[in-house]
Write a protein that binds this ligand. Structure first.
Ligand SMILES: Cc1ncc(COP(=O)(O)O)c(C=O)c1O
Length: 363
């Protein structure tokens, strides 16, 4: 191993404090975290330690100039063997490294990322919930740690992975407000990166949408305020006639791994797909003519969220009821089953967690 990992186990696990029948997204962090530092030009000191606070200078550059990026992924246990399964981790490595390059940060070597996931999930495998629809959410993130106030790229970084058991996501179909004022991302900007600031910038518009009774914002492009981009923190797909239509990827859209997986699965069952610009006017016309059969958001947290209504220029457009929908509900089930090894791993997306040399008992 080029990057050996040291392990310090918790003295006493906190797992008995967790109510696995009522998991609130992100509330319970598992016993251990992985930490590595990029210091003086190299990744070093890879370690698994008990999850807890870190001592940090208020001058670290991540807090001031926003060099902070993250990923969101999930692991499940194989429904038959109980082995923890990672879903397309290489896609998350590629994406965090695209984010790193755009934010002038240090890419993380594949070996560190993969071994960290393997160790962490092996050690905290008891935290992977098994009930229908639940999973272990995994949050890798990296931030600038130079404590200096000059505006420049930091020289040193910290990479951390923590995990959190999350429950089934049973939200009602969502109501979207098409934003005519705010933009999530701009050409030439950082919308394709999972940069922390992208999320901070959406919180006030999202709160305003909530106040008006909507669940999420349907983001349009920032130049013409015409083309669909994403909804909330999900990619967006529409079923128009017999075709699944989704915006083609640009630098203003985060390349969702759920999006990519769903497109593979849809293609595999022989449905038509178009990845192209979709104007809000086309969607409204399709809704009026009855051709807009379904609309849904895709992302790791919810897998697939059905859209029931959207509002544009104070007009509400209602989609057909869930009961009549075919593509969204079917593909959601296929993808959820796939992640638990219930479907054959046709695309080689599942990476089983290997037993590390450690005895994984909680003291
Ligand atoms: C802005 C944004 N778009 C789309 C997605 C969906 O991406 P993924 O399917 O990889 O979770 C996410 C979540 O990561 C997101 O934050």
């Amino acid at each position: 191993m080029k990057y050996p990992i040291s392990v310090e186990l918790v003295e006493k696990s906190r797992i008995s404090e967790v109510d696995f029948s009522n998991l609130v997204f992100g509330r319970n962090i598992s016993d251990h975290m992985f930490v590595a530092d990029y210091i003086d030009g190299e990744w070093t000191d890879c370690r698994i330690v008990p999850f807890g606070p870190m001592l940090m200078s208020p001058a670290i550059m991540a807090l001031h100039y926003g060099q902070a990026i993250f990923e969101g992924m999930k692991a499940n246990k194989d429904a038959k063997t109980g082995v923890p399964l990672l879903f397309r981790p290489e896609m998350h490595i590629e994406r965090i490294n695209r984010s790193a390059v755009r934010m002038a940060m240090q890419p993380i070597p594949d070996e560190i990322f993969m071994n960290a996931l393997n160790y962490l999930l092996d050690i905290d495998r008891a935290w992977i919930p098994e009930s229908e629809g639940s999973a272990l959410y995994i949050r890798p993130h990296m931030f600038a740690i130079d404590a200096t106030l000059g505006v420049k790229a930091s020289d040193n970084y910290r990479f951390v992975i923590m995990t959190s058991p999350v429950g089934p996501y049973y939200p009602k179909p969502i109501r979207l407000l098409v934003s005519e004022k705010y933009v999530r991302a701009f050409p030439g900007g950082v919308g394709f990166a999972k940069a922390a600031g992208n999320y901070g910038a959406t919180l006030a518009p999202a709160a305003q949408a909530k106040e008006k009774g909507f669940d999420q914002i349907l983001w349009l492009d920032g130049i013409e305020f015409k083309y669909l981009q994403e909804c909330g923190t999900m990619n967006i797909m529409c079923v128009i006639g017999d075709t699944v239509v989704t915006p083609n990827l640009t630098d203003t859209i985060l390349a969702g791994i759920t999006r990519d997986s769903i497109l593979h699965l849809i293609r595999d069952i022989g449905l038509k797909i178009e990845e192209r610009p979709i104007s809000i006017h086309e969607v409204i016309e399709a809704n009026k003519s009855g051709e807009l059969k379904e609309m849904f958001g895709t992302g790791t947290a919810a897998v697939l969220s059905h859209v029931s209504e959207f509002s544009y220029k104070d007009e509400i457009y209602t989609l057909p009821p869930l009961e009549g929908r075919k593509v969204g509900p079917m593909i959601k089930k296929v993808l959820e089953d796939y992640k638990k090894g219930i479907q054959p791993d046709k695309f080689n997306w599942l990476i089983p967690v290997k037993k590390t040399i450690l005895i994984t008992s909680h003291k």
